[in-house]
Structures are given as C-alpha cells and as structure tokens.
Design a binder for this molecule. Structure first.
Ligand code: SF4
Length: 583
C-alpha cells in the first residue's frame, strides 16, 4: 500500500526521545533528494555551525524503493564540515531496502549522545545502545563486532564510522555495510560530532506489492532492460575501472597531481589489469541485478613459512584515479593496499588521495618538509601514502590536521593553492575540460555526478556559454528527479522520464507521474535554496590555475571560457533558487 505522506522517525540523541511523525509533501518533493532537502529546511538552523548538536543528520529513501531494481540509494543530508553549508551524499548497500522494510521514508537524527552510542532502528524496536568500547576502533574491527551484535543479512544494514569520523574530519565517510559509502563532504564527521559510532537499521517488517498484472509487466520490462542490454555488461564486466584506459587514451586522466593527463605506466592500473590479476568477485547493492561492485584482494605475510592473511577490497574508477594515477602509484595491488588503509580509517578515499597529490608536489617544491609530512612523500611511493593516510585520519600534527580539513585549508597555511586540484572539493577523475571543471566546482554536491559536464566536454559541440549552462541546468534537473526516486545513476539510461512515469503509475503514484516536471523543478529549486541559505555564494568559488595549465585531447584548456561559464552558471543557480544575486 503506497503512502501519500512521509513516515519519518525523529531521534534526538540528547534527550533520547524518539518520535514517529507523518509529514506531507509526497506530491511536491517525491522523496530522496527532495525529501532530504525538505526535512533539512524543517529541522536545520542555517546560522548555527555544522557541529551544533541541534543540526540534523538525515537519511531518506524514495517512492520506488523496494518496488524496482536499482532504486537502491539512500540520500544522506547534513550541514557539511567541509564548508558549513548544505550537503548531500548518496550511499547504497542494503541501506535503502532496510529503511523501506523498517517502514520509514526517512530518519532524522538530532542532538548528541552523552557517550558513543549506536542507534538501532526497526519497525518494532527503536533503541539507543552505549557502545563506548568501540570508540577508537577502525572500521574493520568495528564492523566485525557490530555484525555479531546485530546478526542478520538481507534487510539489515549497519552504517558506521572510523577514527576519521570520530575526529570529525571533513574527509570522513559513513560506511554502509562493507563495500558502499556515503563518501563525500564529511557525513562521517557529523556522526562523530553526534557521538554516534553506528546506526543499525533492521528491515523487520514487510510491505505488500501492488495487485494485478500491470506492476509485474512493468517490473519485467525494467529488469530485462537492465540485464539484457549493454548496461549490464558495461558495469558488470570491467565496471567503472574500464574508464582508466579510456581517460588515459583521451589524455584526460589526472596523473601526479594533474601534472600529466596520459602515461603508458597506467597500464598497471587499468580495469583490464585489475580484472586480470586482482579481481575476486562482483557484489551488488540489495535488489540490484547489475552488480557493479568489483572486489579485489590484498594479502599480508604474517609468517616466514608463507602464511598469509588476505582482505577483500572494493575498487572503482574514482578510487583508482585518486590513490593510483593521481599519486603515481601504477600497480593495482599497491592501489588496493592504499584503499585498504583509507577504508579502515573511515576516510573517503577520493579527498585524501587528491590532497596527498597536492602535498607531494608541495613537498617536492620545498614548501613543506618531512617535519610536516613525517614521511618522505614521493609519487609512486605506496608505503609513504599508507602511513600518510593514517596521519590524516588521526590528525597527527598541525599539517595533517589542516590537510584533513581539505587541501585548500592546508594551502592557505603553506602556499600552493595554484596547484591544488580542488573543484569545490578535491576533484573527481575526469580532466575532460572546461564544462566538467565548472560543473564540479559549482555543483551542489561538488561531484562528477551533479551533471554530465564530463560527457558534454566529449561531444563535438560548439562552445557557447549559453548552451553549456542550459545543458548543466537541464541535466541536473533530470538527475535530481532520479535521485529523488533514489535510483542508482548507472540506471539513468533505463529510467527515462517515460519509464519513471510508468513505474510510478504502476505502484499507485499516478498523481506524481502526472506532475514530474513540476516536481523536478521544485526539488531543484529547494536544494539550491538550502545551499544558498547556508552560505553558498557561487561567485566566490575559484578554479585553481592548475586546471588551465593542463592539456588534453582537445589541446590547452580555455581559461576565458571557464570564467565566462562559471559566471553565467553561478548566476543561473542563484536565480533558480529564487535569490537575487549577492543576497
Ligand atoms: S549498479 Fe552498482 S552502485 Fe548501482 S545499485 Fe547496482 S551494485 Fe549498487
């Protein structure tokens, strides 16, 4: 049975009060990104700092969660420690289905627990449990203990943080189950600030599927489109690591802090190479027949008589770029070892990887010394990077404390802002050109997933600012509607507007299907409104010089075009949010 309202659990960690409430808005914001922004507007105090206990940490799912494959994401919203503004981070694993089966559309966590706690959520049980003895444990240790404490699989998810989150680093992620993350903009730090080591969601209820044949036919069509087409092969076979070779061939792969965009040595870290020597198996988020998660292994010798421990580590394009090509580490097992350390520390791999690339160049230029870095950072030196990641997580000295706040914070103290590869936050693995750089720098999540700027750069289109702005706004609108359904964006080729309309109608949300364009406009407006209300000013975003010093397959980057596009796109964002410029 569908619900016309949202059923939301509000858990206050300070008072230990739990409230279940019905909130209207299904037909104006749909769910997912839209619901998260709506709840943020309701519960956030824009003028208070991100770590004020009153600030909410929100998890929201969508109207199609549980009904269709790849509607598998949960949207996490919070005020980010990275910039003290509104932020969204999306994660998968079993999180979305667990919330659906626990019978909630969203979870809003406020307050701060007196000591490190776990929040346990189910349809019949909502509980806070003191787990102070797990504070300080790395993610692998915490995961093992938590799985024993909360046994089960299927519709049970465990979200948790590591030492980086406990120390409230903006580079701290929230790990979902084992191989998925709410990665960027510091959701892990928000949990840390709330003294919340873990959230366990137990999907212990059931929900009825629509009666009749219509829904079954639509489900079959969606499932077939996902599994019988190129999409399955693309994401299941090599997965996103297949992009490493393609980007290298395009001269668009960031290498050694974007001092190069192609290098034959990247042969050692292509998706093909990983598949050949390091791939163990694929895994999938709950309810996903595609299974894009690629899992390799690292092993450690613990006895001279050839005895080994091994661990399974997931990898994808962004991780391989961030701690592989960007750090000049061109061996897949060394890349997996670095990812393994970041995972244990509860760090989002991309941000510290790119930050360490900046630090390595700054070290080479003599702007910082071993007094700051504690290890001799050098491109290609995997051992030093593994140690440096622990220093970032623990904030061992002033240098690492600053670096763990973001590359620009360290550059403000030590210099080197010109060669910081930061586009709002540390860059994603696509040096495709002007439109991507502007889209990540200004985008709401500062993510390559905000809009398809990287694909626009690759199309043989004329270079006009107007066309690019129209593309970015329109493409973002389509994506925010999808993320309000909580679709995995890998399914965007299957979940066209027509298909989404059919899916919504088949489960009973015909009124939403009839109004998709208006709802998408409202969600897009609301998200930007929240961002601007919490301090975002697109005109103050800068794109470091390094991005106009590089060359890719199209030749040198056009700085003038970057600046013109940045100004026009920024202005459009402010208009779209309903704010007069500069207010
Ligand atoms: S395609 Fe990958 S990320 Fe998307 S739902 Fe499936 S397993 Fe998860």
């Amino acid at each position: 049975m569908i619900r016309d309202h949202f059923r939301v659990l509000i858990a206050d960690l300070s008072t230990e009060q739990r409230t279940i409430t019905d909130i209207d808005g299904r037909y104006t914001v749909a769910g997912g990104s839209g619901l998260a922004a709506m709840l943020f507007e309701k519960y956030c105090s824009p003028s208070r700092s991100w770590d004020d206990p009153a600030q909410p940490l929100i998890f929201a799912i969508g109207p199609l969660t549980g009904y269709f494959p790849l509607m598998s994401k949960t949207v996490c919203a919070f005020k980010s420690p990275y910039h003290d503004q509104y932020a969204e981070s999306h994660g998968g694993g079993r999180s979305a289905l667990s919330l659906r089966f626990a019978d909630f559309d969203a979870l809003v966590i406020t307050g701060r627990a007196k000591s490190p706690h776990a929040l346990i959520v189910g349809s019949r049980q909502i509980e806070l449990r003191d787990i102070h003895y797990l504070w300080g444990t790395d993610l692998q240790v915490a995961g093992k203990v938590l799985r024993r404490m909360f046994p089960g699989a299927g519709h049970r998810t465990i979200l948790r943080i590591g030492p980086a989150g406990e120390r409230q680093s903006p580079m701290a992620c929230i790990t979902a189950d084992t191989y998925r993350h709410f990665g960027r903009l510091g959701g892990g730090a928000v949990m840390g600030a709330k003294n919340l080591k873990a959230i366990m969601i137990h999907g212990d209820a059931s929900f009825p599927l629509p009666e009749g044949n219509d829904y079954v036919k639509v489900f079959d069509k969606v499932h077939t489109d996902m599994t019988d087409t190129e999409m399955m092969s693309k994401y299941h076979n090599l997965g996103t690591p297949g992009n490493i070779r393609l980007m290298n061939e395009l001269k668009a792969l960031p290498i050694r802090n974007l001092q190069a965009t192609a290098d034959p040595a990247t042969d050692g870290i292509t998706g093909e190479r990983f598949a050949e020597v390091a791939l163990l198996r694929n895994a999938a988020c709950a309810g996903c027949p595609v299974g894009c998660i690629h899992i390799g292994f690292v092993r450690e010798r613990f006895h001279e008589e050839n005895r080994y421990l091994y661990r399974q580590i997931s990898y994808d394009h962004e991780l391989i770029f961030a701690v592989g090509s960007m750090l000049g580490v061109m061996d897949c097992f060394e890349v997996l070892k670095i990812i393994d350390v970041a995972e244990k520390m509860g760090l989002d791999v991309m941000s510290p990887g790119v930050a360490l690339a900046w630090a390595t160049e700054a070290f080479g230029k003599g702007m910082i010394t071993e007094k700051e870095t504690l290890v001799p950072l050098a491109f290609g030196d995997s051992n030093s990077y593994q140690q440096a990641l622990e220093h970032i997580a623990y904030g061992t000295n002033e240098f690492y404390q600053l670096l763990s706040q973001g590359t620009m914070k360290a550059a403000a103290r030590y210099g080197g802002g010109d060669f910081a590869c930061v586009l709002g936050q540390e860059m994603a693995g696509y040096a495709t050109g002007e439109v991507f750089f502007v889209s990540q720098a200004l985008g709401l999540r500062h993510s390559h997933l905000d809009s398809g700027g990287y694909s626009y750069d690759q199309k043989p289109k004329g270079k006009t600012v107007d066309d690019a702005v129209k593309f970015l706004i329109q493409d973002e609108k389509g994506r925010v509607f999808l993320t309000s359904m909580v679709s995995c964006l890998f399914a965007r080729g299957v979940y066209t507007d027509d298909m989404l309309s059919t899916c919504l109608t088949s489960v009973g949300y015909g009124a939403l299907a009839d109004n998709m364009d208006t709802v998408a406009n409202e969600i897009q407006r609301l998200r930007w409104k929240m961002r601007i209300k919490t301090g975002y000013r697109p005109e103050s975003v800068s794109i470091p010089k390094r991005f106009s010093e590089m060359t890719n397959w199209k030749g040198p980057v056009d700085r003038q075009f970057i600046e013109a596009l940045k100004a026009a796109y920024g202005q459009r964002i402010v208009e779209l949010a309903g704010f007069a410029e500069g207010k």
